[in-house]
Write a protein that binds this ligand. Structure first.
Ligand code: NVA
Length: 311
């Protein structure tokens, strides 16, 4: 069966742990795995802006012995010039895997239905699961484990990062609290799914309106831009309601004394996070950015291995 990674809960708790363990081994031995030797090509498609995702996937695919084929969504116009399904039928026989950053999750699901090779979500409006693998790897590096720890995500709790924290954090056995202003609560279906997963892992998943309550005792505090890609026209509405959710030194006095701070980047100092926090000792965001490389290499290797024999 071809395995895809379209949302965080496409990996079971055991599978997520396997991928994270592989990521850590790959970090210690950058060229020790060559599943794409040939080179086999991986299509990397972008319908939205990128820096970290393009750099980490292209570098990672090259380190795995493959060829990263970048496809600019503006040129390909997937779903405009031809359907997602027809695009998938063109790509599938030529490439080992498809990595796609796009808008609606349904586009990615259609790609996966027709590509015949693993499809990876490199961010959609709904989820950013590769980022969460990197975030969990970073938590393990700094805290030794994930299970039983509390993570508070502050900001747009309806955004892709909040949803991925709910699903991936619950999968990792964490207590996940997402906190943001009224009108920006998580999708109830995602929250319900996270609770279902948490019931099996010993974690928990909650929306907490009060930011102080959300960060109280947290081992990990995470945030993200208040204006996700595609929401630029709402930028002026997405300021004052979010101010109480900014990650500041004051707010962090309520977190665990050894709390670490994560941010998927790009960061807007003075908005969702202060410069003092982002550039201070608790932030581990540069490790987090680097771990995109290792986590995604592990994910691709794992997906190709699990999908072997399909062709
Ligand atoms: N929520 C952000 C994540 C950026 C990596 C966005 O979708 O723009």
């Amino acid at each position: 069966m071809t395995r895809h990674f379209l949302r965080d809960d496409d990996l079971t708790p055991d599978e997520q742990a396997e991928v994270l363990a592989l990521a850590s081994r790959m970090k210690a031995d950058r060229h020790g795995w060559q599943p794409l030797a040939g080179p086999r090509t991986v299509a990397v498609l972008f319908d939205k802006p990128t820096l970290r995702t393009q750099v980490s996937f292209t570098t990672g695919i090259a380190e795995l012995g493959g060829y990263p084929m970048l496809v600019d969504g503006k040129l390909a116009q997937i779903g405009v010039r031809e359907s997602v399904a027809d695009t998938a039928r063109v790509l599938g026989p030529q490439v080992a895997a498809v990595v796609w950053r796009t808008f609606e999750q349904t586009r990615l699901e259609e790609m996966a239905a027709y590509a015949g090779v693993p499809v990876v979500n490199a961010l959609t409006d709904e989820f950013h699961p590769c980022q969460l693998l990197a975030d969990l790897q970073t938590v393990v590096e700094h805290k030794g484990a994930t299970a039983g720890l509390t993570v508070a995500f502050l900001g747009d709790s309806a955004c892709n990062m909040a949803h991925s924290y709910l699903l991936a954090g619950a999968t990792a056995g964490m207590h996940v609290r997402v906190s943001g202003p009224a009108g920006y609560e998580p999708d109830p279906q995602v929250l319900a799914r996270a609770r279902e997963i948490a019931a099996g892992t010993g974690g928990s998943a909650d929306y907490v309106a009060d930011p102080v309550e959300a960060v109280t005792g947290a081992d990990v505090v995470a945030t993200d831009t208040w204006v996700s890609m595609g929401k630029e026209s709402e930028a002026s509405d997405r300021q004052s309601p979010f101010v109480p959710y900014a990650v500041t030194d004051d707010l962090l006095t309520h977190a665990d004394a050894a709390a670490i701070v994560l941010h998927c980047l790009p960061a807007y100092r003075g908005k969702e996070i202060t410069a003092e926090v982002l550039d201070g000792p608790r932030a581990v965001v540069w490790d987090e950015a680097e771990n995109r490389l290792h986590a995604q290499k592990a994910l691709l290797t794992w997906l190709l291995e699990r999908s072997r024999g399909d062709a």
